[in-house]
Design a protein around this ligand. Structure first.
Ligand code: DLL
Length: 434
């Protein structure tokens, strides 16, 4: 293994890891208390002094931070160093309200890139690889994060950004890309064009690092098959640094959280109570090494569970299950909780690709939900009537969700392809406007 597989940290005995976390947490609490008036005020309101936090066993005493806090404190309210110490900003992809802006010192960027380097190495990357980064570059953290990680591993890095699919494929062929980094929806899109254009034999991809959005296991398998690769998951969020907060190893069974930098907790989203390992709840992170924008007990809104079951790769860092939804993007339709991933699972099980859109509306007092999905080119050649296909999906969705969903099966290539994060849900009810 090369430089950025760090066995002394990644396979550190758990007791030792907890000691390291405790030490870093205690220092970090004092650090933010001294430097950020927001934290001092919040802690005082909770009746806390920095000395009350003696180790990770006291973490639960600290107040939470939410996205609303970040919006209220925009842009500089949570900054813990002078602006002259910052070398970078990145921002969330949120389309409503104020964006969240995260600041980085050079040290913060180094740690972030190191986390991405670990992810690339866990996917088998070495300096012999050609790493094709097709996440968006710019304010979005995907491109810059994986780009930096790829440099650290020593791969030849192709900073492609997203879009211009023909050019992506041309470079893949000409330069022999071996690792592809992009969203799973864009990977599916690339796989489709590569196969249709007869390029499959000319590409040398062996692995993909696909994160930033939900996808089902069926979708992972479809991507692996269409590109002939192993598809690894990677998770992260701008507020905490970007991609690389956690990533999959060769086990492909949950993502190891970089516990030397981030302490995870799972809480009950209603009550804030900390839940035991294995229970599903909202993921909360505390950054213990960041200097510019160090969030303590930040509520991600991502729902998942944690496990410290032994992993065959030897890493001891706790694993998180891929987010199973968000405590805030779950839709309530006709009074029923609906996650887009449930709908996707039904579609993929029936052989469709992940080219679909969900339209939710309200007529009078009644909610309507429609799923529009494309046939694959093979399906379009089959002798099955469209209404028959629709009936089958309606039935599958009824058994999964317990409600009637209208379904439209469309011709291939009628739904706009994603180049970044796919927008799957069009909720016309505007239930979330304030
Ligand atoms: O999406 C960072 C990233 C870039 C992660 C590239 C992985 C790869 P944000 O734009 O701030 O940051 O969005 C963060 O995206 O709270 C999750 O809801 C979702 N998300 C991120 N990774 C995954 C994943 C980047 N692997 C939000 N699976 C998070 C499911 C994910 N959802």
């Amino acid at each position: 293994m090369g430089n950025y597989y760090q066995p002394e940290i990644e396979t550190m005995p758990v007791e030792q890891l907890k000691e390291l976390q405790s030490k870093r947490l205690v220092e970090q609490v004092q650090y933010v208390y001294d430097r950020v008036p927001f934290y001092k005020k919040r802690m005082q309101e909770a009746g806390l002094e920095p000395g009350d936090i003696k180790g990770i066993e006291d973490l639960h005493k600290l107040p939470f931070i939410t996205k609303d806090d970040l919006r209220d404190e925009y842009p500089y309210g949570l900054l813990a160093v002078p602006l002259s110490e910052c070398v970078r900003i990145q921002s969330t992809s949120g389309t409503t309200g104020r964006r969240v802006v995260a600041f980085y010192t050079q040290g913060d960027v180094d740690i972030w890139e190191e986390c991405c380097a670990r992810a690339i190495m866990a996917a088998g990357g070495t300096k012999e690889d050609v790493c094709h980064v097709a996440y968006g570059y710019g304010l979005f953290t995907g491109g810059p994060g994986l780009n930096g990680g790829s440099h650290k591993v020593g791969c030849l890095t192709l900073p492609m950004s997203s879009g211009n699919t023909e050019r992506q494929i041309q470079f893949m062929e000409d330069l022999g890309s071996t690792i592809l980094c992009c969203t799973p929806s864009y990977a599916a899109n690339l796989g489709e064009v590569i196969n249709e254009g007869g390029h499959r034999d000319k590409i040398k991809l062996k692995a993909g690092i696909f994160g930033a959005e939900p996808r089902t296991e069926e979708m992972r398998h479809n991507i692996e098959e269409s590109l002939g690769i192993k598809a690894y998951d990677i998770y992260g969020l701008t507020e905490i640094s970007g991609p690389g907060v956690s990533f999959e190893c060769e086990e492909q069974n949950g993502m190891h959280i970089q516990e030397d930098h981030f302490i995870p907790e799972i809480i009950n989203p209603e009550t804030g109570e900390v839940l035991p390992e294995g229970e599903v709840g909202e993921l909360v992170f505390t950054c213990i090494t960041k200097k510019a924008f160090p969030l303590l007990r930040y509520r991600t809104r991502d729902l998942c569970y944690l496990t410290r079951k032994k992993c065959s790769c030897g890493r001891t860092h706790i694993r998180m299950h891929k987010p199973m939804g968000r405590s805030d993007d779950m839709m309530v339709v006709k009074g029923v909780n609906v996650w887009p991933s449930q709908i996707e699972a039904v579609l993929l099980k029936q052989g469709y690709q992940a080219n679909y859109q969900i339209v939710v509306d309200r007529v009078g007092n009644n909610d309507t939900i429609e799923v529009q999905v494309e046939m694959t080119p093979e399906m379009a050649k089959e002798n099955v009537a469209v209404p028959e296909r629709e009936k089958k999906i309606v039935h599958g969705l009824k058994s999964m969700l317990g409600i009637k969903v209208n379904v439209s099966v469309l011709e291939p290539k009628t739904i706009a392809r994603s180049e970044g994060k796919a927008v799957r849900v069009l909720d016309k009810r505007n239930l979330y406007t304030k």
